[in-house]
Design a protein around this ligand. Structure first.
Ligand SMILES: Nc1ccn([C@@H]2O[C@H](COP(=O)(O)OP(=O)(O)OP(=O)(O)O)[C@@H](O)[C@H]2O)c(=O)n1
Ligand SMILES: C[C@](O)(CO)[C@H](O)COP(=O)(O)O
Length: 231
């Protein structure tokens, strides 16, 4: 069997957080957000290596942070990202070794992922080729026009909020990204690129705790979840 390598896109600007320090480097209880994320990936026995994608000017800073947090032995490379999440992931894909079998993509800004959830998505990907963690939506969703007038109310039972990790066979995700480059498709997650190929993506029920740190209130929630886990 080939290797399972994680790509951690962490090159975003965090505009919705509105803080001077980028959200992936903000302190969350005992360490920066990104270090929580890396620790969970490190602890998952199914993962063989980790490639981190950071802002073009942050490679040295990130490398230094990793060297200081000396419990991280799986980091293979820190590479510069691009203007969009999709470009950052593609840069990570281009840095993977040839013997990679499965690629696991996990947002640097999702620090509450659990090693056992990661392992389950990997297990399902071995059967299907593409899988992602997700949760059923709790709210009723409205589709609106540009004035905010409601156009439709989709049936909630059909709606899931997709998270990361998203895991793919290496050849499949490479094909999907290259096709997106050719067609100019830009998506906010990697599953959408697989869907565009017409290939199946299996969702795996995850946890509402695996939130993405996006706006300031997410930090309050994440801190509460971490403290509850410590107790
Ligand atoms: N050019 C980009 C944009 C995003 N990301 C990463 O993709 C993940 C999810 O993106 P998001 O939460 O949207 O992060 P930002 O783009 O940083 O946030 P915002 O949209 O608020 O600016 C984050 O770990 C982020 O660092 C990335 O690697 N490269
Ligand atoms: C990939 C993702 O985490 C799935 O929820 C998300 O789409 C990435 O960030 P964004 O906030 O949607 O741009």
């Amino acid at each position: 069997m080939g290797k399972v390598i994680a790509i951690v896109p962490a090159a975003g600007s965090g505009s919705r957080m509105g803080s001077t320090v980028k959200k992936q480097y903000l302190q969350l209880v005992d360490k920066p957000v990104i270090m929580h994320t890396l620790a969970a990936l490190e602890q998952c026995p199914e993962i063989d290596g980790i490639v981190i994608v950071v802002g073009p000017g942050e490679v040295a800073l990130c490398q230094e942070m990793i060297d200081q947090g000396n419990a991280l032995s799986k980091i293979m490379a820190v590479v510069p990202g691009g203007d969009h999440r999709q470009t950052s992931v593609y840069n990570g894909l281009c840095a993977l070794p040839q013997d990679t079998e499965l690629v696991l993509i996990h947002d640097g800004a999702r620090p509450l992922i659990r090693p056992e959830e990661i392992a389950e998505v990997i297990r399902v990907t071995r059967e299907i080729g593409a899988a992602a963690l997700a949760v059923p939506l709790k709210d009723t969703i409205k589709v609106v026009d540009e004035r905010g007038i409601v156009m439709a109310t989709p049936r909630r039972e059909t709606l899931w909020a997709v998270q990361t990790p998203q895991v793919f066979r290496f050849s499949l995700i490479m094909q999907a990204h290259r096709r997106a480059l050719d067609t100019g498709m830009l998506a906010t997650d990697d599953c959408a690129l697989i869907e565009a190929l017409g290939s199946p993506v299996q969702l795996v029920a995850g946890s509402y705790e695996n939130l993405k740190i996006t706006t300031p209130e997410d930090l309050v929630l994440a801190e509460a979840f971490i403290k509850r886990r410590k107790n």
